[in-house]
Ligand binder design. Structure first.
Ligand code: SF4
Ligand code: SF4
Length: 374
């Protein structure tokens, strides 16, 4: 069975479980994955990141330590959760013990993914990544040119370091014959939307597996105490320089249609066609989208201080200290959060929380044929 067939089979197994849970508003299965935020430090100053002053405040809190992380991994292993996304309110590769965490999880057959800004990937870091057992690496690339990428990422030279890092990693991946999936992620915003097709071309030139597109979120952190906080959508999103202004939305539509045609031709773009279509609508009316969200059924988020989040845009419903993952997952607090999320007024279009409706699944194939002939 090839990789594609395995993916389809896996989807066929998980889709009914998620569909049933979502219909019943009840968690009846374990989460597919744990999303673990391990770091709050970063070497970049991206425009779309949570505001700097909030990040500085977050950084004063102690990050989750390795014994606590190992306990989470042990529990995941016992409970049969086979995927872990290692993330950050910062750069994951800045944490010295990052590779200990990945190796510990990999030795327990837990497949690890991480996201990085890619600026720290040199020859030595590439070898560490490739030897660690990491299965998937997502690297942020927000422009097809140094000017655009560096403007968004807030540090001159970031584009060159990231693209050079991708090339080094890719070369060593081939030489060492290691099965690591390398994908790119672009956050669509006012600074880069015109060059999205060029970013697809760059993805091909860099010879990585795929590129995923995600519309920008204009976010803020709300603090409940010095260490307890949650992310909220900034309702003044239209005033942000990152937001695509109304007079540019026709141009955005043209660009997205071009991406959709590319998506129908080959697999370089991993974002599904219905999601690409929704991006057009998102910039017109982000608060009223038809987005079938399964956050709270497919994943459990753990913040840098051990607080548990059903999705990153709702309040924490507890802490891993003194409680098992299973207790938290089936708790009344989690159940209440799921009900609240059912009517989420803020459709974030996070691809990892999107469950296509049955009819969309059928139309996915139809779309592919339709756009191929355009
Ligand atoms: S690389 Fe990520 S964590 Fe760092 S500033 Fe940019 S968006 Fe924030
Ligand atoms: S759509 Fe709402 S509930 Fe779902 S992940 Fe986004 S913010 Fe959370």
């Amino acid at each position: 069975m090839d990789k594609k067939q395995k993916q389809v089979l896996e989807y066929g197994k998980t889709y009914p479980k998620l569909w049933i849970s979502e219909k019943l508003n009840k968690a009846i299965f374990r989460p597919q994955r744990v999303e673990l935020t391990i770091s709050t430090r970063c070497n970049l100053r991206c425009k779309m990141c949570i505001p700097l002053e909030s990040r500085e405040k977050v950084r004063t809190g102690e990050n989750i330590d390795v014994p606590s992380i190992k306990r989470i991994i042990d529990e995941m292993h016992e409970w049969g959760i086979a995927e872990m996304n290692i993330m950050g309110f910062g750069e994951t590769l800045l944490r010295d013990d990052f590779f200990d965490i990945v190796s510990y999880a990999s030795n327990k057959n837990i497949s690890c993914t991480t996201v990085t800004n890619g600026t720290l990937i040199d020859e030595e870091m590439s070898k560490k990544i490739l030897k660690s057992g990491l299965r998937r690496l997502a690297i942020s690339l927000d422009g097809a040119t140094p000017k655009t990428h560096d403007t968004i990422r807030g540090v001159e030279g970031a584009f060159d370091r990231t693209t050079q890092g991708i090339k080094t990693l890719n070369r060593l991946r081939k030489e060492m014959d290691i099965d690591l999936y390398i994908g790119l992620i672009t956050v669509i915003n006012n600074y880069n939307f015109r060059e999205l097709p060029d970013i697809v071309a760059l993805t091909k030139a860099l010879e990585v597996e795929a590129i995923m597109f995600q519309p920008v979120h204009i976010e803020e952190l709300v603090f409940e105490s010095d260490t307890k906080y949650h992310v909220v959508h900034n309702i003044n999103y239209k005033k942000s320089n990152l937001w695509i202004a109304e007079e540019n939305l026709d141009k955005l539509d043209q660009v997205i249609d071009e991406l959709i045609k590319c998506r129908a031709r080959d697999e370089t773009i991993s974002t599904q066609i219905p999601m690409l279509e929704m991006i057009k609508e998102y910039f017109r009316n982000p608060l009223d989208l038809k987005f079938n969200c399964i956050a709270g059924y497919n994943s459990m988020g753990i913040g840098p201080q051990g607080d548990v989040y059903p999705c990153w845009l709702v309040e924490s419903i507890g802490n891993i200290r003194g409680k098992t993952l299973k207790e938290i997952w089936f708790s009344d607090e989690f159940a209440r959060a799921r009900l609240m999320m059912k009517n989420c007024p803020r459709k974030c279009l996070m691809a990892c929380h999107y469950l296509p409706k049955m009819k969309d699944l059928v139309s996915l194939l139809g779309n592919k044929i339709k756009y191929k002939t355009l």
